[in-house]
Ligand binder design. Structure first.
Ligand SMILES: NC(=O)C1=CN([C@@H]2O[C@H](COP(=O)(O)OP(=O)(O)OC[C@H]3O[C@@H](n4cnc5c(N)ncnc54)[C@H](OP(=O)(O)O)[C@@H]3O)[C@@H](O)[C@H]2O)C=CC1
Ligand SMILES: O=C1O[C@H](COP(=O)(O)O)[C@@H](O)[C@H](O)[C@H]1O
Length: 738
């Protein structure tokens, strides 16, 4: 969008809780953007700036100096000064700023001087891709969004005056409404306000959804540069409803987050309290879940009051503003009952129905999240089907999220699928794998198929081996009883790592439709050869069996390295090493694509290591390419360095959402792309079931390893045997600003 509409910028959005500040931001074309906030004691409002810009610049400089000293590094703001000399000139779209300083953006500056956390003030956004809708562009429903763009003087045709300008697909968003007429005065002191007043087209005060936008013909690449400009600002309200309009949603979460009387301290309701409720809170906080539109019901056997559950959840939302938190907690009710008889589910249905009736909504949407042990899925699903479905008298839907593990092997998974399949259609079932909600996992398809760079390289001709690695630096910690029945292959490899494998190895889908993507995943899974047990290493950390819930003779692996081989034209001969372990020396998950050696290597770079493309899924999300470069200096020597895209550096101020947040939102929107389809699940179990049965039968033994180590040395030996060359003397250090 920048190239085509270079000054078209969207201002920050505000959630419901901060709607009082919605009149404050005006971001015109120039780099001089100002923000006034009710809770900021430094008045940086356009008005005050306009009155004495020099004093303001000085004041800002003083502030920056102080902040720079506090942070311990130099900070430079690319201020409007160089443009202020040429009042009506704008930076060209291909303008490149030098990057040897951290560019402190006005939003950062505001955060710093107002002592607010970076993520409490949403960053400004420049929409680069106008085919995106607001959700994709990352805006918050309910937000007021300020658009600004510049018109060259003398170009105010009738067509332009017929604004407001907004792309048709954006205007067609349900409920999008124009709030205000354009800014009555410019927020940039360089502008002549009377000229602006007279030339601003008056927008239609009614919602603009049916209006054809006038597309300014002069807005072509390059034409804007150096054009005298007048700034136009429109404010729109982004619709709050998450799906459709006029509906109400109920989200029922199984599991209480209750440690109570259970003997496995810390294990009970683990997922609900640590992930599900916090994810719901974050969705609420960002405006995706609204009071009056969504209600949340906790359901489990434990005897709890509404307040009892709320207090428990509160403990996992430390740091949330009290006002927001109280409002969120009031959305939650608790219903107690068993998982296999109708009394409890009848009560749950009554509670949901009462809420729906009181909301007077046109459509009812019921989402059930089974944060429960898989053993109770069939009975719970049956109860939901019998007692809790969305009444047919109302439009809407019923959807069910089921957690992994989906079965223990091929047969049990198929049995579970058949049981659930009798109760729900595939489109109602959301088999969640939270790795599919991680930012860098979601990036894999974009990376592979939107970059010409990778297309010719991504195959057996260039790639020697690929590792997909998960490491945790803690053990099973109170989940030993659960874990011992499953082991690391069922807990991590068969689902999380295999999903990542699919995205790395699959062919290009026909389109981004969920079914097209999932079709390709199934195909690549079906192309995996049977696992060769010579290419498997299992480990168990010393001390694992000290957990009283773990049998003394357990052979359950807490570590495994498994080589997958794909029998197709692209990957024949390339080993995919899937490795996962608990109680290791670090916590990280990554994909490591190692390229082949350079043929006819005149620099002898082989000694220093191969090219590797590493996608760090977590923590410190990043992508980096290990390269051999000339060592700077007089000598012709080479060394390993890297091209590094570290998200913390590149996307400062962008809060990466939690996987569960995204996936719950996807479910509400009905998008199954990041969920596991039944045939995908079957193909995944087909790969691992023979190996799992061998382990269960004791034919393969787990070798002991020290907690805090890299895992069994046999795993490194296996990697080396299948072709991985470890780079010695090189370590990637996530960059920091300091
Ligand atoms: N915890 C995690 O990090 C992750 C968990 N998962 C999956 O999410 C689901 C829930 O996990 P988690 O929260 O750890 O599970 P828990 O063992 O903590 O159980 C959740 C709730 O289920 C009820 N419950 C526990 N045991 C039984 C039982 N034997 N029979 C009937 N009800 C029982 C308890 O509520 P009450 O007694 O009040 O009825 C408990 O609060 C599981 O499928 C798990 O595999 C997936 C990814 C990560
Ligand atoms: O599904 C699971 O995932 C977690 C690890 O999740 P992450 O998002 O922190 O990487 C793991 O600890 C747990 O054993 C497993 O069940």
């Amino acid at each position: 969008m920048e190239a085509e509409y270079p000054h078209h910028q969207a201002g920050p959005s505000s959630s419901s809780s901060s709607s009082s500040s919605t009149t404050t931001l005006l971001w015109p074309c120039a780099t001089r953007r100002r923000k006034r906030s009710e809770d900021c004691d430094d008045d940086l409002s356009p008005a005050s700036v306009a009155m004495d810009p020099d004093a303001d610049v000085q004041r800002a400089a003083d502030k920056l100096k102080a902040v720079g000293e506090e942070l311990g590094h130099q900070i430079r703001v690319f201020s409007s000064e160089k443009f202020a000399l040429q009042p009506n000139k704008l930076p060209s779209s291909d303008h490149e700023e030098d990057d040897d300083f951290y560019e402190l953006q006005p939003a950062d500056y505001f955060n710093l001087v107002s002592n607010r956390m970076a993520d409490t003030v949403p960053p400004k956004k420049r929409i680069l891709d106008t085919s995106q809708d607001f959700y994709t562009a990352g805006f918050v429903p309910g937000a007021n969004i300020h658009f600004s763009y510049d018109l060259p003087e003398g170009s105010y045709t009738d067509e332009l005056k017929a604004g407001p300008f907004l792309r048709e697909e954006i205007q067609s968003l349900d409920g999008l409404s124009l709030l205000l007429k354009p800014a009555s005065q410019p927020d940039d002191s360089r502008m002549n306000s009377s000229a602006l007043q007279s030339s601003v087209p008056q927008p239609d005060p009614v919602p603009t959804t049916n209006k054809k936008p006038g597309k300014p013909k002069w807005l072509k690449r390059g034409q804007h540069v150096n054009a005298p400009a007048i700034n136009f600002v429109y404010r729109y309200q982004f619709p709050r409803q998450v799906t459709g309009s006029g509906g109400s949603g109920g989200i029922a979460v199984g599991g209480t987050g209750h440690a109570g009387s259970r003997s496995r301290a810390g294990a009970s309701g683990d997922l609900a309290k640590k992930k599900t409720f916090p994810a719901l809170y974050h969705l609420f906080d960002q405006g995706f879940i609204q009071s009056g539109e969504v209600h949340i019901f906790g359901y489990a056997r434990s005897n709890l009051s509404d307040d009892g559950l709320r207090e428990r959840i509160r403990g996992y939302l430390k740091g949330a503003p009290e006002e927001d938190l109280s409002e969120f907690l009031q959305l939650i009710k608790y219903v107690s009952g068993s998982y296999d008889n109708g009394d409890g589910f009848g009560k749950l249905n009554k509670a949901i129905s009462e809420y729906e009736a009181s909301s007077k909504s046109e459509s009812y949407r019921r989402l059930f999240y089974l944060a429960l042990p898989p053993s109770v899925y069939p009975s719970v699903c049956k109860m939901i089907r019998t007692y809790c479905m969305n009444p047919s008298s109302h439009p809407g839907w019923t959807r069910v999220i089921v957690e992994k593990p989906f079965g223990k092997d091929l047969d049990s998974a198929e049995e579970l699928s058949a049981q659930l399949g009798e109760l729900f259609e595939e489109h109602q079932l959301y088999r969640i794998d939270h790795y599919l909600g991680k930012e860098l996992v979601q990036n894999l398809l974009v990376l592979r198929f939107a970059n010409r760079l990778f297309l010719p390289l991504w195959n057996r001709d260039n790639i020697d081996n690929i590792q997909i690695v998960f490491r945790e630096d803690f053990g099973t910690e109170g989940r030993g009883g659960y874990f011992d029945q499953y082991g690391i292959i069922r807990d991590i490899i068969q689902n999380h790592l295999l999903q990542v494998f699919c995205l790395v190895a699959m062919e290009k889908p026909v389109s981004l439709k969920p079914e097209h993507i999932r079709d390709e995943k199934v195909k690549v899974l079906q192309s995996v050869n049977p696992i060769n047990i010579e290419e498997v290493v299992l480990g168990q950390y010393d001390g694992y069996k000290d957990d009283p819930t773990v049998p003394d003779d357990s052979n359950t692996p807490t570590f495994a390295s498994v080589v997958l081989r794909v029998h197709n034209e692209r990957w024949e001969g390339v080993p995919f090493i899937l490795k996962a372990g608990k109680a290791l020396n670090s916590r990280k998950a990554e994909v490591r694509v190692q390229f082949k050696d350079v043929p006819g290597d005149i620099f002898k770079c082989k000694k220093q290591g191969r090219n590797e493309f590493v996608i760090r899924l977590q923590p410190s999300e990043a992508m980096y390419v290990k390269l051999t470069v000339k060592k700077p200096g007089l000598e012709m020597a080479t060394e390993q360095s890297e091209l590094d895209l570290s998200y913390g550096m590149r996307y400062q101020n962008v809060k990466i959402p939690e996987a569960y947040e995204r996936l719950i939102l996807d479910t509400i929107r009905g998008d199954q792309q990041h969920f596991v389809r039944r045939d995908e699940l079957k193909a995944a179990w087909q790969i691992f079931t023979p190996l799992l049965h061998d382990i269960d039968d004791g034919k393969l033994k787990a070798v002991p390893y020290q907690p805090g180590s890299r895992g069994p040395k046999e795993a490194d030996e296996l990697s080396a045997r299948v072709g991985y060359v470890q780079t010695h003397g090189y370590i990637w250090i996530p960059p920091t600003l300091a």
